[in-house]
Design a protein around this ligand. Structure first.
Ligand SMILES: NC(=O)c1ccc[n+]([C@@H]2O[C@H](COP(=O)([O-])OP(=O)(O)OC[C@H]3O[C@@H](n4cnc5c(N)ncnc54)[C@H](O)[C@@H]3O)[C@@H](O)[C@H]2O)c1
Length: 439
């Protein structure tokens, strides 16, 4: 529920950013924010920082920056905390991730070195390729959740943070499905006490955050928030939540290209996507359990965008295949190939080939920044539960169970901006435009 023109609390004081996982994405995000604060770089890719929003009619020429339109926390007010099952500080972790140039990292070293991870809630049953040892010991999942709560409260005091946001930037867990332990908050809390194997580490973090009223975003394709028990907790404690799986790389391209093909009613007979990447994420995804979680997240996109049930002659039986191959020499610099077999007028076939030499974490870091700033805005605006307007950032956007997710990037952007207009009491923009011609 979002009230139109609601009173938004001003973002005073520090905003604590709690990152689960201090790997490639997290360190690229933190180092990026620090570099931008020092004037060494620009926040390219961040809608919150450099995006604009049109207000009113085209003739009014009112197009402020989003940051000037809604009250967002300043980058200077962000403070960072993280958990990881490896003890490396943010400088060492960033060096190992190999995303950013050594010269830039050296310049930021004094700051990055100070960010040391807290011991993680980690269980290698859910992430089979990692054997991290910097982990919490607890008799039950419940104990572990309490230890996370203590970490959070201590972080808040030490950093004098006024507000907090938590983002899952940890590894992809194995594929899990909703079971009885997830159905209600009561069953879930019982499950925590009994260390039910249906509750993976990511859910313990999410539980600790929501219990304290801290907004949570899920950057991985894990089940995490997608269960009734945690949605219930978010509703009960009035906490904004969103997910899942940051939309970067190949899926970003898919949600740019597919709406265009559909708009022009070009048919699709097959879409083959393959990737090579060599970062730790790629290594984790080399495990079939973790890959299945990712695959599910990547596959659904085309079905929803193309709507084969409405356009059977164009999209009924298209073949969709997604492959991820771990290839260490490429590190974080992924290469994604797409071969798209389409057909046009009279069924004549055509092909589109995409070779995207992308940088995974460079695409993900501004998403993390925007989610931090917008989730904090949501919380101050009394918005809670699933934040569908943040679908723009995710491969598998969360929705209420009875709704299908919106995957089209352009509809997602319109939804996001209309939500901001609504929040500030401005009219949504429908692009109807008839009124210009009525006069
Ligand atoms: N980079 C992208 O473009 C992108 C896009 C979509 C989703 N993602 C997802 O974001 C996540 C992070 O990606 P990355 O490239 O930074 O991966 P990464 O492997 O470099 O970093 C993940 C970190 O999480 C840590 N971790 C694992 N389990 C943990 C736990 N239980 N508690 C705390 N820390 C834990 C790992 O030790 C590792 O340091 C992955 O799940 C990935 O699938 C990334």
């Amino acid at each position: 529920m979002i009230e139109k023109g609601v009173q938004i609390k001003e973002p005073k004081g520090k905003l604590g950013v709690l990152l689960v996982g201090l790997g490639a994405v997290s360190t690229t995000f933190i180092a990026g924010v620090e570099a931008i604060k020092r004037g060494l770089a620009a926040p390219i890719g961040s809608l919150a920082e450099i995006g604009t929003i049109r207000l009113g009619k085209r003739t009014e020429a009112r197009v402020p920056r989003i940051r000037k339109f809604v009250p967002l926390a300043e980058m200077d007010d962000l403070v960072f905390g993280a958990w990881d099952p490896f003890e490396d500080d943010a400088y060492t972790a960033a060096e190992k991730a190999g995303v950013l140039e050594k010269d830039l990292l050296r310049e930021l070293k004094p700051m990055l070195e100070q960010i040391r991870p807290m011991r993680a809630v980690f269980d290698s049953r859910y992430v089979k390729k990692l054997d991290g040892t910097y982990i919490k010991q607890g008799k039950t999942h419940w104990d572990l959740a309490q230890q996370l709560t203590d970490d959070i409260l201590q972080f808040q005091v030490e950093n004098q943070a006024d507000r907090l946001v938590m983002i899952w930037c940890g590894s992809t867990e194995i594929f899990l499905e909703e079971g009885p332990v997830h159905r209600t908050l009561e069953a879930f809390e019982k499950g925590l006490r009994a260390s039910d194997p249906g509750i993976p580490s990511s859910m313990i973090y999410a539980y600790a955050a929501l219990k304290l009223g801290i907004p949570f975003a899920n950057g991985a394709p894990n089940l995490t928030l997608d269960v009734p028990a945690l949605r219930e907790l978010a509703q009960q404690n009035q906490v904004p939540i969103c997910g899942k799986d940051f939309k970067t790389g190949q899926t970003l391209m898919k949600t740019i290209i597919a709406p265009g093909l559909k708009a022009r009613l070009l048919g699709l007979s097959g879409w083959f996507s393959t990737n090579i990447l060599g970062n730790r994420d790629g290594e984790v995804l080399d495990d079939p359990g973790s890959f299945k979680t990712k695959e599910e997240s990547k596959l659904s996109v085309l079905e929803y965008i193309l709507q084969p049930q409405l356009y059977p002659e164009l999209y009924k039986d298209f073949y969709h295949k997604v492959r991820i191959n771990y290839y260490p020499p490429r590190k974080d610099n992924k290469e994604g190939w797409d071969n798209i077999d389409i057909f046009g007028w009279l069924g004549y076939p055509m092909q589109v080939k995409i070779d995207f030499l992308c940088r995974d974490s460079i695409l993900a870091a501004p998403i993390v920044l925007d989610l931090v700033l917008f989730l904090d805005l949501a919380k101050r605006s009394k918005m809670y539960g699933i934040q569908e307007w943040l679908s723009f950032y995710f491969k598998s956007p969360m929705t209420l169970p009875e709704l299908y997710p919106e995957h089209d990037l352009f509809i997602q952007l319109m939804k996001l901006k209309n939500t901001l207009r609504h929040l500030k009491g401005e009219e949504p923009i429908t692009h109807l435009g008839l009124d210009y011609y009525d006069q």
